[in-house]
Design a binder for this molecule. Sequence first.
Ligand SMILES: O=C(CO)[C@H](O)[C@H](O)COP(=O)(O)O
Ligand SMILES: [Fe+2]
Length: 227
Amino acid sequence: MAGVKATIAPSMLSSDFANLASEAERMLEFGADWLHMDIMDGHFVPNLTIGAPVIQSLRKHTNAYLDCHLMVTNPLDYIEPLAKAGASGFTFHVEVSQENWQELVQKIKAKGMKPGVALRPGTPIEQVFPLVEAEAPVELVLVMTVEPGFGGQKFMPEMMDKVRVLREKYPSLDIEVDGGLGPTTIDVAASAGANCIVAGSSVFGAPSPQDVISILRKSVEGAQCKS
Ligand SMILES: O=C(CO)[C@H](O)[C@H](O)COP(=O)(O)O
Ligand SMILES: [Fe+2]
């Protein structure tokens, strides 16, 4: 697995949204690489969170990589506003992009953002293969390890089969895991081959978030040394 960087991305869904800028600053001081921003439309998932205006507000306070996870039915509508707002990564769901993923990837790249694709726990991993193997490919695959919509859910270890398959096929791909990651679940994800780790409640709910970030990073780096 040499060549893929361990990337720790606290999910700001678990932060105090009323103090988003200071929460972001705190996470970066604690060693976070990216800030994971969960954008939900109340339609693709039964929850409503933030959109481009909040990304734009946060961008005024930080240069950090903003890793946007689009849990929305119409991701195309979000490309222009999010690019203008200062998003860094744009990860859409494969379940809503069967017809237009090529257009999505091309537009995301044209706007200078990193294109990624996410999949729900019930979606077979084979559905993302064409997107990774395309002439203009996605550069990250986000494997959901809970049902999208809410933080604080239980990690689904059976999703690690998807991560193993991806890592075997694509040694240099960024493979992100999202949902229920923390000190007790990281080792299984890291040894399966995940290198981008999203963690919300385990980081924000810890007495020492920096210790959790450091445990996550060490696990990923340790797994890479063994592979
Ligand atoms: O995409 C998400 C939910 O749909 C979140 O990123 C995810 O759940 C992170 O929160 P936690 O680490 O608490 O599970
Ligand atoms: Fe997410």
